[in-house]
Each structure stands twice: as C-alpha cells, then as structure tokens.
Ligand binder design. Structure first.
Ligand SMILES: *Cc1c(COP(=O)(O)O)cnc(C)c1O
Length: 404
C-alpha cells in the first residue's frame, strides 16, 4: 500500500518507500541481498496458510528460516556432500542443537578425551546432568570406541584433528563401527566436528558420517569477523535437528549469514593458500633449534601420518608446537611476534597464535593440563594467507629471544 500525503507522518515513515520496495523485486543484483528481517509478509490468506504449514519455509519467520540463511545452507550442503544443511548462531549452537536433538534420558553417548572446550563440557557435565550416560575415550585408537559400545549407545561424537596435540580420529573407521553395531531397533548416529579440517580437506559424510558440524566462525567465515555454525546432514536427520533448532533458538543474524556467504565464496582459494603456508611453516619450525616438537597432520613425524594422508587432502590451518623453554620463555616468544597476532580462534586470513597454557590456566588445573597433554611450552598457531617468507622471518626473530 503506497503511502500518500493523506497519511500522517507516523504512517509515512513506515510506508513512504513501499513503491520503491515493490520496484526492487524486478532488480537483479550481482551480490546476494541481506534479508535483514525477522518476519515475512503473505500475499493472501491461502499463501499464509501454506507458509505456516511448512516448518522449514525459508521466508515466514527468521528463527525458522531466512532466504540469506537458505543460500548459505545450499552451498554448505554441497560443500559437505549432504542433502541438508542448517545455519546456527555459533559452532556451539550447531553442536548443542544437533546433540540435544539426537539424545534423550537413558541413552548412551561416546565422545573423546580431546574436544573443543565447550563441547567437552557438554559431554562431561551437561548431558550426564540430564540423565544421559557418557563414555569419554582416547581418540587415536578405533578400538577404544568399540569397547564402549553398549545396547543403549545412540551417538558417537568425534572431532578431528583435535587440540592440543592435533590428534586424529579415523573418520571412516568410526562410521563403519556405528553401522556395524546399529540394530533395527537402535541406530547409532555419528557426528563429526569438521571445523579444523574443513570440507576442502576432509568430507566426513563421504566417509559415512551422518552429521557434520562446523564452527563457521573459523575457516568457513574466514575473516575473523562473524560468529556462526553449520550442521550438514541427511534430510531425515536435518528435519529432526531443525525442530530442536526452533526450540533452542541458536539463530544466526542475517548479517552474519551474509558475511558467511561472502566468506565462503573464497573458501577454496584461502584453504589452498593456508594448506601450503601451514605445511611449509610446520616443516620450517621442525628445523629450528629453539623448537622442541611440532605437531601437524601432514608432517612425516606426526604419529598418525598415514591416517592423515588417507583422510585429509591438506593439513588445515593449525600447527601446534613446543618451544625449548619454560612458561616465561614461551610467553615472551609469543609477545615478540610482530605479524602473527596473539589471539584465539583459527582458520581466518590473519595468522593467530596462543600460548595454550595461558589460555587454559583459568579452566584447567595443572594436573588436568598434564593429562590433556598441554605443556607449559606449547603454542597453537593458526596460519593465515600472509606471505610465507614474512611469516618465517617473524617466527625467526621471536624465536631468537628463546634461550637455547
Ligand atoms: C571454535 C570451535 C567451536 C565452537 O565454535 P563457536 O563458533 O565459537 O561457537 C567448536 N569446535 C571447534 C573445533 C572449534 O574450533
């Protein structure tokens, strides 16, 4: 309804641009617009009824769906090779929504000793408090998972590679285990957190995994400027998870969805560059006299190198390494870096580094750190797209401060 001067100012500020808005429908922008709206208008009663009947309609109410989200979801499903994808407000939104959709009181879940910290809490604290039984197993041996499978096991949750020592889980092996032990009455579903490797390097669904979750805050967004998560799965499980999503409400803002869409456009370019920078830097660090040990999936010295080659096309952005020094020397090394930024997160265009022990000091006791393999001289380095020789030079000048 176009507003005319017959309307009062209070009405004209709402409807004064209606004609322009209608004309925009015939416009074809090269770049996707942001549907920055919480709700969508119906043409008539019949279409309103049809819109309301579809719980996943992409243009009724943004908690249920939004055309900007829909575009990201189409691309993500294609990238991970799944039928369905669902955008969430964060990686933890993707993880908690999918896990809570798939387990109930009395069920048994198997997870790993090494997970992203908040995910570890979900398994160690939250699920048991809701009456879900949880087994936590060391992930490098497939047999550790199989030993824990019980008649009420409904979910195996994996994350690979995982902090802090870049330990891998055999993705195809886990999928095969779940299938082998599923019965007509009890299906074991598998979820893989694919944040570290990403779909360019590893496609867990191709290896038989049922649900792939991501922190899109990391490599998918790629620019350290948004928070989002994605769940990629079958239409069947996606429908179940979407229902939980409308209840838990981990809804990405249309702005973050749009930034993610923009970020994903250059995903393959960024990942190619980051894979090659990271492998070169991991090999370079291994040669440095002030470096004690380097952990990177595609290094020949990685204890699971053969598995890495089997399930990863590239090693991804994250290198962990230990400098030859104590807590103070390690903190000083990090402080001396000029190009590599001292910040958490990973997978973006800027190289970031954290001194792992300082990061976990507040949440873990020294004994827990030791148990998790976090040494005081450990750093986690997320490699960006800068020139590799400039990154080497920055590491060299900072390593010179470490007394050897
Ligand atoms: C960052 C991260 C998460 C959590 O993602 P948010 O977007 O911060 O909620 C989960 N898993 C892994 C492996 C991560 O690196």
């Amino acid at each position: 309804m176009p507003s005319t001067s017959a309307h009062a100012l209070a009405t004209r500020v709402l409807h004064g641009d209606d004609a322009q808005f209608a004309a925009e429908r015939a416009v074809h922008p090269v770049v996707a617009p942001i549907y920055w709206t919480a709700t969508f208008a119906a043409e008539d009663a019949e279409s309103f009824a049809a819109m309301s009947a579809d719980p996943r309609h992409p243009a009724v109410y943004t908690r249920h769906g939004n055309p900007t989200h829909e575009r990201v979801q189409r691309i993500m499903a294609d990238l991970e090779g799944t039928e369905d994808a669902l955008l969430t407000a964060s990686g933890m939104g993707a993880i908690s929504t999918s896990v809570l959709a798939l387990v109930k009181k009395g069920d048994h879940v198997i997870a790993q000793t090494r997970h992203y910290m908040a995910a570890a809490r979900l398994f160690a604290d939250v699920l048991p408090s809701y009456g879900v039984e949880v087994s936590i197993v060391e992930q490098s041996e497939l047999g550790n998972f199989e030993k824990e499978i019980k008649p009420n096991t409904v979910l195996i949750y994996i994350e690979t590679p995982a902090n802090p020592t870049i330990v891998l889980t055999d993705v195809a092996g886990i999928a095969a285990l779940a299938k082998k032990h599923s019965t007509p009455n009890n299906r074991i579903v598998t979820i893989a957190d694919n944040t570290f490797a990403g779909p360019v390097n590893t496609r867990p669904a191709d290896l038989g995994i049922d649900v792939v979750v991501h922190s899109a805050t990391k490599s998918l967004g790629g620019h350290h400027d948004l928070t989002a998560g994605v769940i990629c799965t079958s239409r069947e499980l996606g429908t179940k998870i979407h229902l939980m999503h409308t209840i838990l409400g981990s809804v990405a803002s249309p702005m973050d969805a749009w930034l993610l869409l923009r970020g994903i456009r250059t995903l393959t370019l960024r990942v190619d560059k980051i894979n090659s920078n990271a492998l070169a830097l991991a090999e370079f660090l291994e040669q440095q006299p002030n470096v004690e040990r380097v952990y990177y999936p595609l290094l020949k010295s990685h204890p699971q190198h053969e598995l890495a080659q089997r399930q990863m096309k590239g090693g991804g952005p994250v290198i962990a390494f230990a400098v030859k020094g104590d807590y103070k020397a390690t903190a000083e090394f990090v402080a001396q870096l000029k190009l590599i930024v001292h910040a958490v997160s990973l997978g973006g265009i800027d190289s970031l580094i954290v001194h792992t022990a300082t990061m976990w000091k507040s949440t873990m006791s020294e004994a827990q750190m030791k148990e998790a393999g976090i040494a005081v001289n450990f750093v986690r380095f997320s490699v960006g797209v800068e020139d590799v020789d400039d990154l080497k030079a920055d590491l060299t000048q900072a390593l010179a401060t470490v007394p050897s």
